[in-house]
Design a protein around this ligand. Structure first.
Ligand SMILES: O=C(O)c1ccccc1NCC(=O)[C@H](O)[C@H](O)COP(=O)(O)O
Length: 214
């Protein structure tokens, strides 16, 4: 089981959190976010995959950010279509760029219709389930993970949305089920202020997540 710490903004904090070796670190390339990232990413341990988070961005701008920031994954956090995901993948191939992981996000509420996922299976590497809220992401609220009992696929997914240190027991419990939870994604519940992570709290959480499962 993997971990992702999202919404990083400040170089020193990026380095401190990086020293904890999460598997992924996320950077928000959506200007309206309080965590909007417009700086530089300092050198991080190679094992950490840098994820660019985009909301309804163009293929051209995504490729530009991937190249400028040496990103290994993109997280599509808006209303990107199946066709868009395919175009993005194809453009990387056409330009002979190093392939990236594509993470497609779905905002979940109690009535989430899992049938929307099927056409995305072939065009992304992972799904990410976040809580439906006022903002596209970073709302700090959990959804009822019971809805995942209806998950119809084997596609591995990131579990996200309002996960805090208080959720660690529930996280370890869901990791013991048959659900293909690939990674746990945390953000605003580990912050001192938007974009600035509480390093000790991140450390405590990473220690408590059962990384041996799945
Ligand atoms: O964090 C943001 O400000 C944000 C804004 C727009 C799109 C996505 C954003 N965050 C992406 C993430 O992957 C977050 O970790 C995810 O939404 C969960 O956040 P939280 O509920 O704060 O744990």
């Amino acid at each position: 089981m993997k971990t992702k710490i999202c919404g990083m903004k400040y170089p020193d904090n990026i380095l401190e959190v990086g020293s904890l070796l999460p598997d992924y670190m996320g950077f928000i390339f959506w200007e309206k976010s309080a965590r909007f990232f417009d700086g530089y990413i300092p050198n991080l341990p190679q094992s950490i995959k840098k994820v660019g988070v985009f909301v309804n961005e163009t293929v051209e701008n995504i490729i530009d950010k991937v190249q400028k920031n040496d990103l290994q994954a993109v997280q599509l956090h808006g209303k990107e279509s199946v066709e868009f995901c395919l175009n993005l993948k194809t453009e990387f191939q056409n330009l002979k760029l190093v392939p990236i992981e594509i993470i497609k996000v779905f905002s979940v509420a109690d009535d989430f219709d899992f049938s929307v996922l099927a056409p995305f299976e072939a065009v992304c590497d992972y799904f990410l389930f976040d809580t439906k809220g006022k903002l596209p992401g970073g709302n700090g609220t959990t959804f009822d993970w019971k809805v995942l009992e209806n998950y119809p696929s084997n596609k591995p997914f990131f579990l996200s949305g309002g996960i805090g240190i208080e959720e660690m027991d529930a996280v370890n419990a869901i990791l013991k089920t048959n659900l293909p939870v690939y990674a746990i994604d945390v953000n605003s519940r580990f912050e001192i202020e938007p974009g600035l992570k509480n390093v000790q709290l991140c450390k405590d959480a990473l220690k408590r997540i059962d990384t041996d499962t799945n």
